[in-house]
Design a protein around this ligand. Structure first.
Ligand code: NDP
Length: 443
């Protein structure tokens, strides 16, 4: 075993960071066959180098709430790897955010970005700030304070953040405004911008649409399609909403959505107009859905969603939301495909159960890469000072997702793991970054 002792050294150095180590372990394990074939990676200690961020910034974010009370949050930006391009990755605002979570997300982002075929390195950031229940002015004051520090570390040619959990169009707007005000430059320093001020069509829909395009390829490989597939999708945020829209367009019957409190089950098929109004306009909880659709039921607790019988499951909420028991329920109920819209939503053990039982499994770093890929398309449009139509951008996204599937599936086969997209995606993403690191010397 080449990889295990290397992992042990990384684990010893990063104690108290369970999510980060979970992500590292999963990637490293897939790389054993690569290390056996390429002693130069071992000699150059590429694995230890890749697991060490190039830079970590942690900072204080003080702001005043509407009552005039002082509030303090913690901000993060992890600039993980710039071997193939500038740092690129979202910002997450959620009370659970800590260094371990930002590092796991940044680490995953390195390989995901490599898979997109576009020249972008890996980074991630965020804060333990909770936008839920805050007024627009509180969110604005927080974002301004956050950007007052972050602006020193980012830039259109250095590091370009985007949204993630808790960071949507509203937050990106406040962040962009403050960046421009401090730096006095109008540049594509953030993606996910409004369409009037440099945003790209399809960016809002990209992660959800991209996920469905990817899973469509997984189904095609089995001679199937989304048409008529009963589908369960967790979450009811950006990724879940647009995955639902695209899956429905392709003929799937989406029967459930959730938030962190519980899930709704609508056996007749989720009415997306209601969800979009509740979540995007009124910023309400998913349980309100059943007031308007009495045939649907609401269930407390978000993990119960995986007990519903379905053909396809798309976890689109958060990390570790689909565990071993949930995976067993899905297998028992005949689920044939799982595509990760969220980052690392399936636990290590859950993934194993699905793979061992022949469920087609699309790992997040491949299946949800449509978001960052379209962010990179937004950057290209900003650099060219022009914009593409919805159809053009969507067609590019579709092609990129097909190519990510192709790379992951071909690489898995080359290394003797046909059908295992976890191994395929990890190896394909790793090779591009590792070779670039070798080319660039010991930096
Ligand atoms: P949103 O904030 O728009 O939505 C998140 C959804 O997940 C909400 O329904 C939220 O419920 C639920 N959720 C969040 N935290 C938890 C939790 N701890 N337990 C249970 N449910 C939770 O975020 P996105 O849709 O943008 O992101 C969802 C996932 O997709 C994340 O893992 C993100 O990293 C990943 N992703 C997002 C991309 C993007 O472009 N937006 C790109 C690639 C990956 P509640 O309202 O109750 O918090």
């Amino acid at each position: 075993m080449i990889v295990e002792p290397i992992y042990e050294r990384v684990a010893a150095k990063n104690q108290g960071q369970p999510e980060f180590l979970q992500a590292v372990k999963e990637v490293f394990e897939s790389l054993e066959p690569v290390m056996e074939k390429h002693p130069e990676y071992v000699e150059q200690r590429i694995l230890e180098r890749i697991a060490e961020p190039e830079r970590v910034v942690m900072f204080r974010v003080p702001w005043l709430d509407d009552q005039g009370n002082v509030q303090i949050n913690r901000g993060f930006r992890v600039e993980f790897n710039s071997a193939i391009g500038l740092y690129k990755g979202g910002l997450r605002f959620h009370p659970s955010v800590n260094l371990s979570i930002i590092k796991f997300l940044g680490f995953e982002q390195i390989f995901k970005n490599a898979l997109t075929t576009l020249p972008i390195g890996g980074g991630k950031g965020g804060s333990d700030f909770d936008p839920k229940g805050k007024s627009d002015s509180e969110v604005m004051r927080f974002c301004q304070s956050f950007m007052t520090e972050l602006q020193r570390h980012i830039g259109a040619d250095t590091d370009v953040p985007a949204g993630d959990i808790g960071v949507g169009g509203r937050e990106i707007g406040f962040l962009f405004g403050q960046y421009k005000r401090i730096k006095n430059v109008y540049e594509g320093v953030l993606t996910g911008k409004g369409l009037n001020w440099g945003g790209s069509l399809v960016r809002t829909e990209a992660t959800g649409y991209g996920l469905v395009y990817f899973v469509e390829e997984m189904l095609k490989a089995q001679g199937k399609s989304f048409d008529g597939m009963t589908t369960v999708i967790s979450g009811s945020g950006n990724v879940a909403i647009y995955a639902t829209q695209k899956a429905q367009e392709l003929g799937a019957k989406v029967i459930a959505l959730s938030d962190s409190n519980g899930f709704v089950h609508d056996p007749e098929g989720i009415k997306l107009e209601t969800v979009r109004r509740l979540k995007e306009v009124e910023r309400k909880r998913i349980k309100e859905y059943v007031k308007e659709h009495p045939n649907a039921t609401y269930h407390e607790g978000f993990t119960g969603i995986w007990s519903l019988k379905c053909d396809v499951a798309l976890p689109c909420a958060t990390q570790n939301e689909l565990d071993e028991n949930a995976a067993r329920e899905l297998v028992k109920n005949g689920c044939i495909a799982v595509g990760e819209g969220a980052n690392m939503p399936t636990t290590y053990e859950g993934t194993k159960v699905l793979l061992d039982n022949g469920v087609a499994f699309g790992p997040g770093k491949a299946a949800n890469a449509g978001g960052v890929a379209t962010s990179a398309l937004e950057m290209s449009q900003n650099s060219m000072r022009m914009s593409w139509t919805f159809e053009e951008t969507d067609a590019k996204l579709h092609t990129i997702m097909q190519s990510i599937y192709e790379q992951s599936s071909t690489t898995a086969e080359t290394y003797g793991y046909k059908g295992n997209l976890v191994i395929g995606a990890n190896i394909a993403g790793f090779l591009k970054v590792a070779n670039s690191m070798l080319d660039q010397g010991l930096v």
